[in-house]
Design a protein around this ligand. Sequence first.
Ligand code: PLP
Length: 407
Amino acid sequence: MIRINENYLKLKASYLFADISRRVNAFQQANPDKKVIRLGIGDVTEPLSQAVVSAFHQGVEEMAGAGTFRGYGPEQGYDFLRELIAKEDFQSRGADISADEIFVSDGAKCDTGNIQELFAGDIRIAIPDPVYPVYVDTNVMAGRTGVNVDGRYEGLVYLDGTRDNGFIPELPGEPVDLIYLCYPNNPTGATITKAQLKKWVDYARENKALILFDAAYEAFIRDPELPKSIYEIEGAREVAIEFRSLSKTAGFTGTRLAFTVVPKACMAYDAQGNEHSLHAMWNRRHTTKFNGVSYPVQKAAAAVYSPEGKAQATALVDNYLNNAAIIRKEMTALGFDCVGGENSPYVWIDGKMGSWDFFDMLLSKAAVVCTPGAGFGTCGEGYIRISAFNSLANVQEAMERLRSVLK
Ligand code: PLP
């Protein structure tokens, strides 16, 4: 008899985006002439830049020529791309990361979800609340939690993000082995300073713990004082793995390219306390279960690091940042407390009522879609997330509607 992994039965069905789309569809059916503006999902709306598109084409042309065709590439990514990433994203900021510590993949979702395979079943895991749900659900699937009670899984150590701590959780009050951090944060848009991040690095070093640092939104950081990479913090090479993605950086959500940085100095321990290289383990995992990102996509990704590619990616992100600034300014003027929207595409708004009530009000009265904060964890109740991923015209129109409804 084929039996299931019963840990899947513990998963709280994720009704969030299904629920949103059900409510939006019902509204649209009842109001066919109303134009719904979607500021709910975290997907980009603007097309790939010219530099990326021409490199992409060139890659496809090479695949069409007998002399330039390529089959399987290196699982970890082509050297031309790994070298660019190491130099442009890390060494240029004083972070000591080399090309062979970069593992190119098809998504930070897969990487942040798959990395937990490297760790023991009984480690203690600290997870922020509110949070990008992938970190929690993949550990539930792997059997590292008990059941869900009132929105929280037994066995996890939740790190509360609140208005009082500015959505930068305090260090855990009990020992933990694995810590998930994401800055700029999804969903709150909060950013972390070097001094704040240093506390986590020091904690990890003192406790032989490991930090999984999700920097999928680093491209939105414009404040030169804020760290884009955890490796800008002294001592992080030994205790942190970093996840990056071109999804939001360069509009690659539909093209797919991300990478994970596993420094060679990063160690974890067996039951006897012997050290093991996480770089070697991730390399083993990656080469066993992944066969590389397609050559044209890696060519396109390399173009993001060319002078024109950089300028065009910056312009794309600038558009979204401009939208975020407008959303933050308008919502603040309407009397709402906002986090994020600076150095981040997300604005996290204290709705002063239930998350879903606020969602329903915006939809029914303004035909604007946001994301209810409660969908990201119990600490998200009472908040909504408004995303800057849309055109300027749509954001302006949405804000005009909100002004007339919320005034
Ligand atoms: N990490 C965070 C925090 C995200 O918000 C997202 C996407 O929304 C991802 C990772 C996924 O990135 P990718 O498109 O590379 O899978």
